[in-house]
Design a protein around this ligand. Structure first.
Ligand SMILES: [Ca+2]
Ligand SMILES: [Ca+2]
Length: 455
């Protein structure tokens, strides 16, 4: 029955706690949604196939904290793939220290022809069984404000089942049932939820239903083009934010990938464009102070596109991919090529005068960002004493200091990664550079490869 349905996936990504946006492999704290990236996993994709738990190692490597596991309503009453998938997700979450939460999608009922009474009962019964089996006691089950997180998707959409009374009924169950309630409930609702327009049913009773959730997550996927996201922000995000704040709800807008998108008229982008597209959307959200967002992707290939790696392999002629040395180099940062420890690299030319390696970030990858997360990895020869320090063009300063990394004199090649959450990269350093690496104490440095990772 699923042969002609194209499954897709969402990533939920919380911004506004920039330092937490990318955890870089640290185990996520399961007690809060803040700062998390969660893949709203729809049970399969063109890559993994249906009812296969996603590879959580790749989620971890992509700095995604876990999944919202979509639980299709069909089959909930019996054994089968739903529980196989859940079992797989739990095992993967435990193996790779990720989190998960359940998402019910009531629009499934259109596909299955189930009647309304049945699915209301079905969802409640499923949740009771899950609770009684200790699901939310699992240390990897996501919580927020002390409550287990549940997503209910699809209420209020034109052409989908469900009345305002039924929505209120199930929300009441998840929030107020004396045994199975007291959950943090996220409503995935029509984009026109705030004014009952467009994709939202217009019945005035939906007004209060939409304002009863703990968090509102409007379905905006496909609602804007790459060129149109700023207008989209004005027309959809601003009023939605204001309305949610007025009612004391958290707000989670969506940004999305076009890779593999089945949405008509939205062609896929090439990889660098895709990553830039993500970043542009995120940047727009940050500018209006949004603290949470969701990201929709349509197949797992898009996961890797969230991160862009720019590299430079230093030598007599550098091998560059998005990072370059300024030419000429600034007067305090002249370098020359040398072979050191069997690697062709660059060192500072005169140790008394040249203390920096300067690098430029390709403007098409990042330029005048509103505080982007970035990691910068340096491969250096560990000789002598003193330290290296990153100095980068940040929102607050063109030469903001990163942490220092001490040399230990081991006589080996090592690497070190800096993590920053407020990069501006506006070409404001000497010779239009975006960051530089400082070597202390008038000492020699040898640096080979530098990698900049952007979301
Ligand atoms: Ca090299
Ligand atoms: Ca630049």
């Amino acid at each position: 029955m699923f042969g002609n349905i194209r499954f897709f996936a969402f990533v939920l990504l919380i911004i506004g706690c920039p330092s937490l946006l990318y955890s870089y492999g640290d185990p996520p704290d399961p007690s809060t949604l803040d700062g998390k990236l969660l893949w709203d996993y729809r049970g399969g994709s063109e890559i993994s196939g249906y009812h296969v738990a996603p590879d959580f190692k790749s989620l971890k490597d992509s700095n995604i904290d876990g999944v919202f596991l979509h639980r299709p309503l069909m089959g909930l009453n019996g054994p089968g793939r739903n529980n196989d998938l859940l079992t797989g997700v739990i095992a993967q979450a435990e193996a790779h220290q990720r989190v998960f939460a359940i998402e019910y999608d009531i629009s499934d009922t259109v596909k299955t022809g189930r009647d309304i009474t049945d699915w209301l009962t079905t969802v409640k019964q499923d949740w009771r069984i899950l609770i009684e089996n200790g699901l939310t006691d699992n240390p990897h089950y996501l919580r927020h404000n002390g409550k287990a997180v549940v997503v209910i998707s699809g209420f209020g959409l034109v052409g989908k089942p469900g009345t305002p009374a039924e929505a209120a009924d199930i929300l009441d169950f998840f929030k107020h049932d004396p045994i199975y309630g007291d959950n943090y409930v996220i409503g995935e609702v029509p984009s026109g939820w705030w004014n009952l327009s467009g994709d939202s049913k217009s019945d005035g009773d939906w007004y209060n239903v939409y304002r009863s959730w703990d968090a509102i997550k409007p379905l905006l996927t496909g609602g804007f083009s790459r060129e149109g996201y700023k207008a989209w922000k004005q027309s959809q995000i601003h009023p939605g934010i204001e309305e949610a704040r007025l009612w004391g709800m958290d707000f989670l807008p969506v940004i999305w990938s076009r890779t593999g998108s089945p949405i008509a008229g939205k062609t896929s982008l090439k990889e660098p464009d895709e990553a830039t597209y993500f970043r542009d959307q995120l940047s727009e959200l940050r500018k209006v102070g949004i603290s949470m967002a969701s990201v929709a992707i349509f197949d797992e290939r898009a996961l890797t596109m969230r991160a862009t790696n720019l590299t430079i392999d230093l030598g007599s002629s550098d091998i560059t991919n998005g990072l370059t040395r300024p030419s000429p180099e600034p007067s305090d940062g002249n370098t020359n090529s040398i072979t050191k420890g069997n690697r062709l690299c660059r060192r500072n030319h005169q140790i008394a005068n040249h203390h920096y390696l300067y690098l430029r970030v390709n403007d098409t990858a990042a330029y005048q960002e509103s505080g982007v997360n970035a990691s910068i990895t340096m491969e250096y020869f560990d000789q002598g004493v003193g330290y290296f320090r990153l100095e980068y063009d940040a929102v607050s300063s063109a030469y903001k200091n990163g942490v220092t990394v001490s040399l230990t004199g081991s006589g080996t090649w090592k690497s070190f990664t800096w993590y920053v959450n407020d990069a501006y990269f506006g070409n404001r350093q000497n010779k239009g550079s975006d960051f530089r690496i400082f070597r202390s104490d008038n000492k020699r440095f040898w640096i080979d490869k530098v990698t900049l990772s952007l979301p």
